[in-house]
Design a protein around this ligand. Structure first.
Ligand SMILES: [Zn+2]
Length: 224
């Protein structure tokens, strides 16, 4: 691909619509373009609800929410530890020394946990921008230097999903399949350790929701 074509492709991809999920009991608002003279743009993902966002906003949301889940768990643990100390008649942790030592390991989570969090927040591609639904999967792109761990992990989650293309709704009654050989696309679950796969992207999204309860509990338990 020529460089211009690649840039155009990146530009097109950035317009994809991504379905995300907010596991918290409170709404979350993503702020974009703070320094614009026209003012910041705000995008709300309601508590315990899914929302469809354009890719670059979805990415910012997933990044911020993953961080929030990790740090809020650490904050919770710090609070508990201080309460325990007070009850036992010991001084609270010193914020610059003891607390740092206490929370540093809590803020470090392993790859698997991180992928679980991303899989919880990232529900799927709602619609690829300007792509015919019959299009083939795009070839894997090699890792570019300067990519963050977040980029790599998110890409992996996305890749596992194979082709999360917006398919046209199927008629209620199944007509006999035409004789033409159609390569069936498989939609695979991206939760670590799950090997569920299906022919319909909508079925995958339904399946993924069944992981939610379990995963939300796990996220809460990260630092226990
Ligand atoms: Zn699954």
């Amino acid at each position: 691909m020529a460089k211009g074509t690649i840039l155009a492709e990146i530009e097109r991809k950035s317009q994809d619509l991504i379905r995300v999920y907010n596991p918290l009991n409170e709404d979350y608002v993503i702020t974009w373009d703070k320094s614009s003279p026209a003012g910041a743009k705000l995008f709300r993902v309601k508590a315990k609800k899914e929302e469809v966002l354009i890719r670059w906003i979805a990415k910012k949301y997933i990044q911020e929410m993953a961080q929030k889940l990790i740090t809020s768990n650490a904050d919770e643990a710090v609070k508990k530890e201080n309460e325990r100390r007070i009850k036992a008649g010991i001084a609270k942790m010193d914020t610059h020394t003891e607390q740092v030592a206490f929370e540093t390991p809590l803020l470090r989570i392993d790859d698997l946990r991180y992928k679980e969090i991303l899989a919880l927040l990232y529900v799927g591609i709602e619609r690829e921008y300007g792509i015919d639904v019959e299009a083939e999967a795009e070839p894997e792109t090699p890792l570019e230097p300067g990519k963050t761990a977040f980029d790599v992990a998110l890409e992996e989650v996305e890749k596992k999903k194979a082709l999360e293309l917006a398919k046209p709704k199927e008629p209620a009654l199944k007509k006999p399949e035409p004789k033409v050989e159609v390569k069936q696309k498989k939609y695979k679950c991206d939760f670590p350790g799950c090997d569920f796969s299906t022919d319909a992207s909508i079925a995958l999204q339904g399946h993924k929701r069944t992981h939610r309860k379990n995963l939300e509990d796990k996220v809460k338990e990260i630092n226990k």
